[in-house]
Design a binder for this molecule. Sequence first.
Ligand SMILES: Nc1ncnc2c1ncn2[C@@H]1O[C@H](COP(=O)(O)OP(=O)(O)OP(=O)(O)O)[C@@H](O)[C@H]1O
Length: 321
Amino acid sequence: MTETATTRADARASEPLLSARQVTMQFGGLTAVNKVDLDIHPGEIVGLIGPNGAGKTTFFNCLTGMYQPTSGQVLFDGAVLPPKPRRVAVAGVARTFQNIRLFHNMTALENVMVGRYARTKTNALDAIFRLPRHRREEAETREVAREWLEFVGLGDHADSLSRNLPYGDQRRLEIARALALEPKLLLLDEPTAGMNPQETREAEALITRIRELGMAVLVIEHDMRFIFSLCDRVACLVRGEVLIDDVPAVVQHDERVIEAYIGAPVDTGDEPEAPEPDRRTLAPNKPLLEFPPNAINPILGRRHRGEHRHEGHEPEGRNDA
Ligand SMILES: Nc1ncnc2c1ncn2[C@@H]1O[C@H](COP(=O)(O)OP(=O)(O)OP(=O)(O)O)[C@@H](O)[C@H]1O
């Protein structure tokens, strides 16, 4: 066994960093997440997959204090996580969002500085009167933010307005902002959505380097090549429930995952007269890893690459993690 593989096996043998126990989230009569158990160990990269509406983002929101689960518990570092995003951030959980949430009129550096807010101690009055302790802390925050920008490869763009950065760089900037919290666990919600294949490979390399820092990563993604080559373990959610939680080699060949996630065979009787040719590349029961890089999943059609490039990325408020 290689040293890295040994280290990962050791990590799994250790106490979980995060333990979701029977987490359930209901919205009125809809059960979006149903009795989900999931452990994440220090230094692990865990993938969370499943069809649209399976409950992945809702589960993330339960882990980050944005939602209080209807029932069940989330333990982090042995303590129950409170349903308060700031306290979850202080405990060491950071996240990025499915739709980019940067402050678009701020520079890249300023965005990352904001991400460190839960690690700062000075208060509003210190800032208003620019007391020495505030100036010291601000200088330190600026320095740390620069280091994280360098880490994600955006060191030369510190002074660029985030709205002027190319799409892939904006995604990396979001990751830098989450890293500035120096979390023990990083949650990434579709980090490669809208990226081209080159950007996706760079994102994979970046997440591997994040793990090398000792952080654990939980990543939601619809790109199966990315998930199966990156993750140590993959859990598949379907209709709010965990269908399987295992190593990629097992999950990618699981008939239930193929059935529930790739979809049923195309009903040729219902096909339009001139079907879109690229949809036909997704033959029923085709192994997941044989997906063409830019294929459109018939179930996940709306999430094809490039879709997010045209989103109006207006700032939606500060990053809650
Ligand atoms: N705030 C909410 N109020 C009511 N229903 C919600 C809310 N948030 C999510 N849902 C519903 O919960 C279910 C799970 O949604 P969720 O966004 O968690 O799925 P997902 O797996 O992340 O999907 P996607 O891959 O499309 O992002 C869906 O049926 C959704 O409509």
